[in-house]
Ligand binder design. Sequence first.
Ligand code: SIN
Length: 191
Amino acid sequence: MKEDGIREGVWVFGYGSLIWRPGMAFAERRVARIRGWARRFWQGSHDHRGLPHAPGRVVTLVQEPGASCEGVAYRLHIDQVAATFAGLDHREKNGYQRRNVRLEFRPGGTGAGIVYIAPVGNRAFLGPAPLDEMVAQISRAAGPSGTNVDYVRELETALRRLAIDDPHVFELARRLREGSPPSPGPELQSA
Ligand code: SIN
């Protein structure tokens, strides 16, 4: 770290599956925060936690004044930067784009980072939905990377281990533990 508190190197910021399954080699890993963004289960997953005809829900970041998102920043080995981004571009291909962000490291220091964000309106974007609907969709969905429920559980566990608070994730995980709401009875289904 330089004397002014700036951490040099190429950093990738993860806020979803990249927290617990980085799937890349890295030189250093730190908890970090980015400001102005909120983590939301608003992105459809047709390739990892769902299928083309039955997408799951995974996290993206949405801009929200005053919000911030904590996650994990990875400093890449300088000779592996190109190969690492090629791998990440493939993994995050379902609507995510790279974006430059300012990282605030815990417990201190700042740096430049790159984050994969699936912007509002991308082809796999689902947007907000009532909690019951999200719970029902996530309970059903599964894809090549596993069940959608496991994605939520893994994220919750990883955040708690890192002492990162996220009421949106924790509420969803709690509701999934309690089970899906009952499906409507026959009289409602035929209405
Ligand atoms: C991320 O983890 O940073 C991106 C979203 C995901 O792959 O779950």
